[in-house]
Design a protein around this ligand. Structure first.
Ligand code: S3P
Length: 441
């Protein structure tokens, strides 16, 4: 990324108000592009997130012979090439900033007859990839990371993969999905057992494209997901609802700026994603789900958030995988709550687009918040935010979280290196301004 966007915030003088529709769900958008590309027939996707991450996935499939028209206003038409129809890319496949794109693509590419190489930007090039190459190699794939376990991922062609029964070492939907996607090509039944529930969009969307995939609940935490290789995907029409991870910024904003009342429209409220609602409710937030309905196999609702003032809470570690991407903005909620908030069991946050524990601790201190860093989380003392300069380490969610803090900060907050906001939420500043936040780029 060459631009070095700086966001500047000022206090929101009055409460936030209005109805907002945030862009389409990022996880679902990646998967819709992947499954449509591998399906037989033409799929129509609406509500697609046109962020840079999803565009990297789309560009990769185009580079492997898939024809797609769009996206225009979230609409994309993809003519699938079938499970065996991808062609060797002429160049390295650049996944940009996206861990989801790289890890899920590794699952698909590990099963192809041709070689490929997955590369990424500076942040992605520092992220752990053995978590996918290890299980894929156990299936017979010929793939390797660099010596340090990070990208690029070098993949050599194979004729066939063997199925495995894989026990995930950590609760990760990306690893689960990479193994399941490779399992589509394996000779027999592949299973993945997860230690705690993680987002299940792969499983739900496979079914929407006509592929059988079963989930067996072992207990309230552990599940095993199974599918058999060798089947086909059938083109589908997929309507992608709004991303709760993007809505979360506004949920916190309305919960911390006095006098606020907003409605977030058409948000995916899949129970593997709603940890943010449980966390905020545990902190005393007033959140109501209106008009619950089902869209494309996913539960959807309008989320009404009314300001009531938050109190600190001990966050249940079981909620961590269900709110994994929302912790940066949860830290902002904690900084504005009365009393202490404890985050634990969240060491995975250190392996996201930045080390989100240290980035948040550093940034919170820079804007006047008292916080103790722990290996697997932090302890935040709620109080007032005074403002200051924050490094976002090119991490979209760190930048947007501090932009939300600007709504209640007595002084300006300047957020450096906010360029990657466009990876997940291209119109963030525009939408935030439309509900009454003062953010300028
Ligand atoms: C994602 C899974 C999560 C999440 C990421 C999207 C997905 O990552 O943080 O933003 O779409 O499967 P992990 O699997 O590393 O937890």
């Amino acid at each position: 990324m060459s631009t070095k966007l700086i966001l500047t915030t000022a206090i929101a003088a009055k409460g936030l108000s209005g109805n907002v529709r945030v862009p389409g769900d990022k996880s679902m958008s990646h998967r819709a592009v992947m499954f449509s590309s591998l399906a037989n027939g033409t799929s129509n996707i609406t509500g697609l997130l046109e962020g840079e991450d999803v565009m990297a996935t789309l560009a990769a499939f185009r580079a492997m012979g898939v024809t797609a028209n769009g996206p225009t206003n979230g609409q994309l038409t993809v003519t699938g090439v079938g499970m065996r129809g991808l062609t060797a890319p002429e160049q390295d496949l650049d996944m940009g900033n996206s861990g989801t794109a790289m890890r899920l693509m590794a699952g698909i590419l590990a099963a192809q007859k041709f070689a490929s190489k997955l590369v990424g930007d500076e942040s992605l090039t520092g992220r752990p990839m053995r978590r996918v190459t290890v299980p894929l190699s156990a299936m017979g794939a010929r793939c390797a990371t660099d010596e340090n376990g990070c990208p690029p991922i070098h993949i050599r062609g194979v004729e066939k993969l063997q199925p495995i029964n894989y026990k995930l070492p950590m609760a990760s939907a990306q690893i689960k999905s990479a193994v399941l996607l490779a399992g589509l090509y394996a000779d027999g039944e592949t299973s993945v057992t997860e230690p705690a529930p993680t987002r299940d969009h792969t499983e739900r969307m496979l079914k929407a494209y006509g592929y059988k995939c079963d989930t067996e609940r072992v207990n309230d935490q552990v599940s095993t997901i199974r599918l058999s290789g060798g089947g086909e995907l059938t083109a589908a029409n997929i309507d992608i609802p709004s991303d709760i991870s993007s809505a979360a910024f506004f949920m916190v904003a309305a919960s911390i700026v006095p006098g606020s009342k907003i409605i977030l429209e058409h948000v995916c409220v899949n129970p593997t994603r709603t940890g943010i609602i449980d966390v905020l409710k545990a902190m005393g937030a007033d959140i109501k789900l209106l008009n619950p309905r089902a869209v494309g196999g996913e539960p959807v609702a309008d989320i009404q958030v009314t300001y009531v003032g938050l109190k600190g809470a001990v966050i249940d570690p079981k909620l961590v995988p269900l709110a994994i991407d929302e912790f940066p903005v949860i830290c902002i909620a904690a900084a504005c709550a009365q009393g202490e908030t404890i985050v634990s069991g969240a060491e995975e946050l250190r392996h996201k687009e930045s080390d989100r524990i240290s980035a948040m601790v550093e940034g919170l201190r820079a804007i006047g918040v008292e916080v103790e860093e722990r290996k697997d989380g932090m302890v935040v003392q709620g109080g007032s935010i005074t403002g200051g300069q924050v490094e976002s380490y090119h991490d979209h969610r760190i930048a947007m979280s501090f932009a939300i803090a600007g709504g209640v900060s007595s002084g300006e907050i300047v957020i450096n290196e906010a360029d990657n906001v466009a990876t997940s939420f291209p119109n963030f500043v525009e939408l935030a301004t439309s509900v009454g936040l003062n953010i300028s780029a």
